[in-house]
Design a binder for this molecule. Structure first.
Ligand code: SF4
Length: 286
């Protein structure tokens, strides 16, 4: 209840905050997040992504611009069409103000802030400013990324980031391109680089039935990881779910995963065992 009240007043408070600094385009702010890094966190979802994953559950975060969409809701037989604006510009001070409201929970739980998306590295200048400010405030920073960014961008972001939540979606470049719209060369090269820099990483693997959950593919991830050094803290296995499909309906977008079934708990545990047997620390879910 208290959390709902906070969520409701957050936009009111931050729109009263006037600042001249650079603005970032954000489509969601999640307070009391517990799946986006250690402890209780505030997660900022930056709008814009260079990928177009078939299973994306945040399709409203892909376009790097404010969108006016028509949300379609049904009550009984009746259909309602409601105009909705997706995306709003915030300064880094606005974000600090939000985080400060939860500072006591963040500190008590050894949490922090996480930048997710979309792809937060797409707005790297704003991201750099925000991360730098949170570091100055001694707030733990995490970046949840697909890894599709230039090396110079990473070099800028790494020193002000405590933890990367880094996705590996497919090891085969052709299938990666087919499923996400881009090849994986840059993504794999960037994760190597981050680990070489000894930066803490939690690897996130979306486990998508029929796309990347076969044993050959899982073994190719394991081989790749064994070849890397660095501070890989854990692997999070993110089971494909259909929650995102309702957003596609809501925003009148084509859902490309129709007919794909969610994995059973038993199958997810089998996948987990494949990685734990190889010595990795693994968690199901974020
Ligand atoms: S990288 Fe993430 S946000 Fe971007 S399209 Fe893929 S799932 Fe969606």
């Amino acid at each position: 209840m208290l959390s709902c009240l906070y969520q409701a007043i957050t936009p009111l408070i931050i729109t009263r905050f006037v600042s001249q600094s650079m603005k970032g385009l954000i489509f969601n702010i999640k307070r009391y997040a517990i799946h986006d890094g250690p402890g209780i966190r505030v997660t900022f979802f930056l709008k814009g992504c260079p990928l177009d994953c078939r299973w994306c559950h945040n399709p409203e975060g892909i376009l790097p611009e404010v969108e006016e969409v028509v949300r379609i809701d049904h009550i009984g037989e009746k259909e309602f069409r409601i105009k909705e604006t997706v995306g709003k510009r915030y300064t880094v001070e606005d974000l600090l103000l939000v985080a400060k409201m939860d500072r006591v929970f963040i500190d008590e739980s050894q949490g922090g802030v996480t930048f997710s998306g979309g792809e937060p590295l797409m707005q790297y200048q704003f991201l750099f400013e925000a991360l730098t400010m949170f570091k100055k405030e001694s707030i733990h920073t995490a970046v949840d990324t697909s890894g599709q960014a230039g090396r110079t961008v990473l070099e800028k972001i790494i020193p002000v980031t405590d933890l990367f939540l880094y996705d590996i979606k497919h090891m085969d470049p052709v299938r990666h391109k087919k499923y996400t719209g881009v090849s994986n060369e840059r993504i794999l090269s960037n994760i190597k680089f981050i680990l070489e820099m000894n930066k803490e990483v939690i690897l996130r693997i979306p486990v998508i039935p029929g796309y990347n959950d076969d044993i050959e593919h899982l073994n190719s991830i394991i081989k790749f990881l064994h070849d890397q050094g660095g501070a890989l803290l854990r692997i999070d296995l993110l089971s494909y779910h259909k929650i995102g499909s309702s957003k596609y309906r809501k925003f009148n977008l084509e859902y490309k995963m129709e007919g794909v079934k969610q994995l059973t708990d038993e199958r997810m545990n089998e996948v987990k065992a494949i990685f734990t047997n190889e010595g990795f620390k693994v968690k199901i879910g974020g």
